[in-house]
Design a protein. Structure first.
Length: 115
């Protein structure tokens, strides 16, 4: 599963590959800055540990946003069961915050177009 955060894009925030529950990241285009990513995330998540370069940063994504986005794309009840399994695995690694209702994803900086 991937969350694409593109501050300058037509859709600044979109869930991709919701059916892939064995990997999870947040992708941002090359050249995106932390302020733009934070603004595009809005209430869906929080960018943390970002210096000048977004590589190596993390985003705490709201589980509720992931669920709502996946269901808007047609995910069914079986998806909920699989998603719960993904969250259990993430929790066992310390990648969730139950109080905040978030799961941590690492940031992947996509190559610039034409690279």
């Amino acid at each position: 599963m991937r969350v694409l955060v593109d501050p300058g894009g037509e859709q600044p925030l979109v869930l991709l590959e919701h059916e892939v529950l064995t990997a999870f990241d947040v992708a941002v285009p090359a050249g995106a800055d932390a302020a733009g990513v934070r603004a595009a995330l809005g209430a869906a998540g929080t960018l943390v540990a970002a210096g000048r370069d977004l590589g190596g940063a993390h985003v705490h994504v709201r589980e509720r946003w992931l669920r709502e986005s996946a269901h808007a794309q047609g995910a069914g009840q079986g998806w909920d069961t699989a998603f719960a399994g993904m969250l259990a695995f993430a929790s066992s690694r310390g990648w969730t915050d139950a109080d905040a209702g978030t799961v941590r994803a690492h940031v992947v900086v996509l190559p610039a177009a034409g690279s």
